[in-house]
Write a protein that binds this ligand. Structure first.
Ligand code: LLP
Length: 427
């Protein structure tokens, strides 16, 4: 169910009219629905609860990069979520939001010494290691601190996720993970390093996957490796399949989360009982987009309409610096007028004020518009605010979270003076 719907011709987030939000907080503003966030997280949590019994359990580690606002993290922490992070900064965010560092897994190809130290100080659950060089560094850092670091190897299963090339990560040509053929050797190395403890195995083959077949194929490849490791006396405690179920932007029809998890758990249980001697294994997920993507919209106002011989433009006050996805991936986002007009529609490109031809949010949309109208750019909750920038010295948008008929400001708009507050003149 969508938590963004029209009531008396006005688009609402839950029970609050978006026009009222614009009046109170201005625009551009990211608007999130708390109910949608809870519902999306619960789809994972409930499927985990229904499918796992006494066999090691399951942990949903929300992927912080998709939306890292403290209020979002705090809400998910309260629902029991773990977190998938890719930087020391994200770890500090999780802690500031009241998340439990012992439920944090640390992904990413370029972890620095400082980030490793920080994560070890906070006793995170696991490091998802992506190379032999990283294993060595982690062993050194942990040794110097008198600690043992829990590790999982991010294996590249060489499975085609059939998604946008920029967000496909599980193929041989991608920079991510350890090549499948080398994984056993790297695990052997990990097992001999004194300051590491082999805890699990993980992969992440890409984002915005609509079908679960590539994920189940990746799972089979991880299982094969786990069997190989077991034969050598290396027993894994968890298996992490990464993020990955996509959302509906346009006409996309992603597999239902419960169905995907049902198939995944069935396959894991069958293997566990038949081959893995019934040993418990914790199952982990790193979803981001499917939790926040459709729980947020970007609210923007039409500054000018420009009607031309070949094209009509609606110039709005949000831009590529607020929502980078269209410029970067030619991503499609729905555009809904906040007030539905009865006048005749025209075809518009929705563009921002930034000085780049790539600064567009949507193309060729049929809309009845007037200057000053408000628009909602839909499905903008994931990789919207987190990928925003200050290009053109534009302050980042405000963020609010709607809860029933309440609106909470969860990040105020950046003021222009704050954008250059860290800079110095020459002496
Ligand atoms: N785990 C790892 C290791 C990842 O790299 C990612 C996303 C996730 C989990 C979460 O995947 P999700 O559940 O959100 O599909 N900026 C792009 C998406 C980049 C995804 C990067 N990795 C976009 O706007 O489409």
């Amino acid at each position: 169910m969508s938590h963004f719907s029209y009531k008396n011709g006005v688009l609402h987030a839950e029970n609050v009219a978006l026009a009222d939000i614009a009046k109170q907080f201005g625009s551009p503003t990211y608007v999130y629905s708390k109910a949608a966030l809870v519902e999306n997280f619960s789809a994972y949590a409930n499927a985990c609860r229904e499918n796992r019994r006494d066999d090691g359990g399951a942990l949903v580690c929300y992927s912080v990069k998709s939306n890292s606002n403290l209020a979002v993290l705090n809400l998910l922490a309260r629902l029991g979520s773990g977190f998938d992070i890719v930087s020391g900064g994200e770890l500090l965010r999780v802690i500031a939001a009241g998340g439990d560092p012992r439920k944090v897994i640390f992904s990413g190809v370029g972890k620095t010494h400082e980030e490793m130290r920080l994560a070890l100080e906070h006793d995170i659950l696991c490091f998802n290691v992506e190379s032999t060089a990283e294993l060595q560094r982690l062993n050194d850092v942990a040794g110097a601190m008198g600690k043992q670091a829990p590790v999982s190897l991010r294996v590249n299963p060489n499975v085609d996720a059939k998604t946008h090339p920029y967000i496909s990560t599980g193929l041989k040509e991608n920079k991510f993970g350890i090549a499948y053929e080398e994984a056993l050797t790297v695990y052997r190395t990990a097992a001999t390093l004194p300051h590491l403890r082999v805890a699990g195995i993980d992969c992440h083959i890409g984002s915005q996957l609509l079908d679960d077949a590539p994920l189940l194929e990746a799972l089979d490849r991880l299982i094969e490796l786990a069997d190989g490791l077991e034969k050598e006396g290396i027993r894994l405690h968890h298996l992490d399949i990464g993020g990955g179920i996509g959302i509906t932007y346009d006409k996309d029809k992603p597999v239902a989360i419960g169905d995907y998890l049902g198939r995944l758990f069935a396959r894991i249980d069958q293997w566990r009982l038949q081959q893995y001697k019934g040993a418990p294994i914790q199952v982990m997920f790193e979803p981001g987009r499917s939790i926040v993507g459709n729980a947020g919209v970007l609210l923007t106002e039409v500054e000018y309409l420009k009607h031309g011989a070949v094209k009509n433009f609606a110039i709005v006050n949000a831009a590529m610096n607020d929502l980078m996805r269209p410029a970067m991936y030619e991503a499609w986002h729905g555009v809904q007028p906040v007030l539905q007009r009865v006048s005749a529609a025209k075809t518009y490109d929705i563009v921002g004020p930034v000085c780049e031809s790539g600064d567009w949010l949507a193309r060729e949309r049929s809309l009845a518009l007037e200057q000053g109208d408000l628009l909602a750019i839909m499905s903008a909750g994931a990789y919207g605010m987190t990928m925003s920038s200050n290009y053109n010295t534009r302050g980042r948008a405000a963020e609010v979270m709607v809860d029933g008929d309440q609106v909470h400001l969860i990040r105020r708009r950046e003021a222009p003076s704050e954008l250059f507050a860290l800079e110095n003149l020459l002496p």
